[in-house]
Design a protein around this ligand. Structure first.
Ligand code: CTP
Length: 401
């Protein structure tokens, strides 16, 4: 499907630039025509000669080059392509893109283009996790820029975490996806998603909650919106921005979440990814509980409504497909099977949240898909990849009904 496609590859200044040389080859193997812009920083990692030898074309480097502008102006360069791919996309390139800078050839071409852009970020883990980079990432996503990676792993600088550029086959898969006509298999469907933890008050200043980050639920909401659904996301308190194009409702407690979900119905699909607190404090103190002679307070709990079970067992307005999650620390699949039967949903996404798995709060997830027909185990992948795969699986099931 890449045959005859024209890719403009922007190579930024990062150690991962060596992978971009292989990327050129692999794209050519698939019949794509690759042109390259090499940033000034990029020349510190790969030479114009290596890039040019592989593309079989001149390597574009200067914004104000008379010869380049005569042969092919930067506007034409950026529009002549079917897709622009930035790999490695450094923190600096992403910042420039997010803010519309145009002070070198790469940033100018990226601003002047009318084509889709895919970025493959690569940077030090702290730079990736820095709020500035995360803000820029969200801006780019909201602008419609496709993002692949980064992966987690050991870095050239000796640190460990997210920041490694995706591998060449992953970038190629993302390029194919970006060039494919937008598949909107959930167009016309309303999808309700819950995400994040809930907070159960003890008194006006204290609460009970859990470690859920909301990353998986938010990624699902975003993937469903990308698949054409109209999405209502009901989220507990998280440190994530609202996904673009998604109606987001912020709640605190399980009971608030239940009410917001019921108010959002009808929906054809409901996906309950939130880590809802099972219990709440029976009597929430009206004022702050003070230390006193009586020693620490004893808290009595009552069970919260089970949103997944309640919605699964509805007789009116039951969504056609109800998906639950199972956070387990042991006997993951057996417990998920039991949960599927007990709650009455159609599919359970089971994940292992035992200490050391890094699932809670992390960027990747190993999941098992449990249905009445059997169990499927997916390899560990990013939460975004889990979300995309889950949404396409849901779309298949909805289409088959
Ligand atoms: N869930 C819910 N409302 C609750 C509790 C859980 O909607 N009050 C949903 C979660 O969103 C998830 C699924 O139920 O989709 C399973 O959550 P989990 O915490 O794994 O299971 P529990 O029902 O809490 O069961 P257990 O405590 O026995 O593991």
């Amino acid at each position: 499907m890449l045959h005859g496609k024209r890719i403009l590859l922007v190579i930024g200044g990062g150690i991962a630039a060596y992978k971009s040389l292989d990327l050129i080859r692999r794209l050519q193997d698939r019949g794509a025509k690759v042109r390259a812009i090499l940033t000034k920083a990029g020349t510190q990692f790969v030479t114009p000669l290596s890039v040019g030898s592989l593309t079989g074309d001149k390597v574009f480097q200067e914004l104000f080059s008379l010869t380049d502008e005569n042969e092919m102006g930067h506007i034409e360069l950026s529009r002549d392509a079917d897709l622009l791919v930035v790999a490695p996309a450094t923190a600096d390139l992403m910042a420039k893109m997010a803010h519309g800078h145009a002070n070198d050839l790469a940033s100018t071409a990226l601003l002047a283009t009318d084509k889709r852009v895919l970025v493959a970020p690569a940077m030090n883990v702290r730079m990736w996790l820095h709020p500035a980079t995360q803000r820029n990432l969200e801006t780019l996503r909201a602008d419609g820029v496709a993002v692949v990676g980064p992966n987690e792993g050991g870095m050239a600088c000796g640190e460990f975490g997210p920041g490694r550029m995706s591998e060449v086959p992953e970038i190629i898969a993302a390029i194919e996806k970006a060039l494919a006509p937008a598949a909107r298999p959930l167009a016309g469907h309303h999808v309700v998603v819950t995400s994040g933890p809930t907070r159960e008050a003890i008194d006006p200043v204290r609460y009970i909650s859990n470690h859920s980050s909301g990353k998986q639920g938010h990624a699902i909401a975003r993937a469903a919106a990308e698949a054409g659904a109209s999405v209502t996301l009901v989220t507990g308190p998280v440190a994530l921005p609202d996904p673009p194009g998604v109606k987001t409702i912020h709640v605190e407690s399980a009971r608030d979440m239940m009410a917001a979900v019921e108010a959002a119905l009808p929906a054809s699909i409901a996906i309950f990814a939130a880590a809802v607190a099972d219990w709440r404090v029976a009597d929430i103190a009206g004022g702050k509980i003070k230390k006193g002679a009586g020693g620490p307070p004893t808290l009595a709990f009552v069970e919260n409504p089970d949103i997944l079970a309640t919605i699964s067992q509805r007789t009116t307005d039951r969504p056609r497909l109800v998906v639950g999650f199972a956070a387990e620390t042991e006997n993951v699949v057996d417990n998920a099977r039991a949960k599927l039967a007990r709650k009455g949903c159609d599919l359970i996404v089971a994940n292992d949240v035992a200490t050391g798995t890094g699932t809670f709060g992390g960027d990747s997830n190993t999941v098992h898909l449990v249905t009445a027909d059997g169990v499927e185990t997916w390899e560990r992948q990013s939460k975004d990849a889990v979300a995309a795969a889950l949404v396409s699986r849901i779309a298949e099931r909805i289409a088959a009904r």
